[in-house]
Design a protein around this ligand. Sequence first.
Ligand SMILES: O=C(CO)COP(=O)(O)O
Length: 128
Amino acid sequence: MKPRIALIAHDKKKDEMVMLAAEYLDFLRGCTLVATGTTGARLANELGLTVERKHSGPFGGDLQIGAALVEGQIDAVIFLRDPMTPQPHEPDINALVRACDVHNVACATNISTAQLVLTQLKLVSQNQ
Ligand SMILES: O=C(CO)COP(=O)(O)O
């Protein structure tokens, strides 16, 4: 089955998310992608990726992705959080990261970890 990956980035991390996705573009094209609203729009518009877009984070997008994850629909979350900027929906962000821990779903919150997770998923999918 195609890896199912959630991609989420706070505003100051969106450029990094686009660069990361560009680095793994061929692999990501073969994945089922879901994203919060604005992140998904950038990935679709700038890289041509097919992404299911949920609501924007502050409007419940993190919660929607968390709910999908709880239903077993997501294999990994790349969540480039901005640790320097307070977010109005901090409880939603914490809920999503907590859901990853409760359900043992890989959750990368910085570029270095995201690269490790994507590289591993790519290797696993190549060997299937
Ligand atoms: O706020 C976010 C994650 O908490 C991201 O939402 P957007 O992708 O809509 O900016």
